[in-house]
Ligand binder design. Structure first.
Ligand code: GLY
Length: 260
């Protein structure tokens, strides 16, 4: 995939991020100015890798709105507008849907289903979908109804102690995954090439693929070394302030292929 064919949707850090949802981490103060600097460098990195950047309007009343990956997820044929399992996050979806409508047919996940984009991981024609506090079995059912006729398999993934599937597992190639086996069961990824996170860096199973490059957080030195040894090209950023908000490199953008 040429990176000039790649779009990245982002949204700036809201002033209210200190009141974000937290599920598995304790609250610590977030330095807003530093969060903006780190986020700006992240966006510049995506741009330097060839992404066309679409910046959504800030949503200061939605403390988690910088985590733009959760309100939607995009396949080549279709985009899904999510319905978050966190009520406080449901107002984030509309501006994401507006931006995606120019690029994909959009399908809405409907109540009683709930899902966050952070629970959705695509490898080839298999959609791995976490069962989490944000994503329920009814959402898996609705996805199967839409995607199986299109030739996708939807595979449910039980999670342990992590917010989203992509907190603990992300694609590093079409047939390879980086994952934390303490949070995501290894047998889910049977048949794929696998790289395990370094056990001292449990939050490191989280990278964004842009073309043949992985955008990775520089905080996770030991896991990043494993990725380089595996043959991956890495572009490092640091989103330490957003890590305090239980966020990461994947949830801060929606990266997808231009097909229009
Ligand atoms: N703070 C990220 C989330 O809970 O969605």
């Amino acid at each position: 995939m040429s990176t000039t064919d790649t779009i990245a949707i982002v949204r700036r850090v809201p002033d209210s991020i200190g009141s974000c949802e937290l599920t598995h981490v304790d609250r610590t103060p977030i330095d807003l100015a530093n969060a903006h600097r780190q986020h700006q460098h992240y966006v510049e990195t995506l741009s330097a890798l060839g992404c066309e950047i679409i910046t959504l309007p800030p949503l200061h009343d939605h403390p988690d709105s910088v985590f733009v990956e959760d309100p939607a997820f995009v396949l080549d044929e279709i985009a899904f507008i999510a319905r978050s399992g966190a009520e406080s996050r449901r107002g984030e979806a509309e501006t994401v849907a507006d931006a995606l409508a120019a690029h994909r047919r959009c399908h809405r996940i409907e109540a009683p289903a709930c899902i966050d984009g952070g629970d959705v991981l695509l490898l080839g024609r298999t959609l791995y979908v976490g069962l989490s506090s944000r994503t329920n079995a009814e959402a898996h059912r609705q996805l199967r109804d839409v995607l199986e006729p299109m030739g996708y398999e939807v595979r449910s993934v039980p999670l342990h102690e992590c917010l989203h599937l992509k907190t603990g597992a992300t694609a590093i190639a079409d047939d390879a995954v980086l994952f934390n086996p303490a949070w995501v069961p290894a047998d889910v990824f049977e048949g794929l090439r696998r790289v395990e996170c370094h056990p001292d860096e449990p939050f490191s199973g989280n990278v964004v693929r842009v073309g043949s490059t992985l955008v990775a957080d520089s905080a996770w030195e030991r896991t990043n070394r494993r990725l380089v040894d595996f043959g991956c090209d890495i572009a490092e950023v640091h989103l330490g302030e957003l890590t305090k908000a239980e966020g990461s490199v994947t949830c801060s953008s929606i990266v997808f292929r231009r097909v229009d």
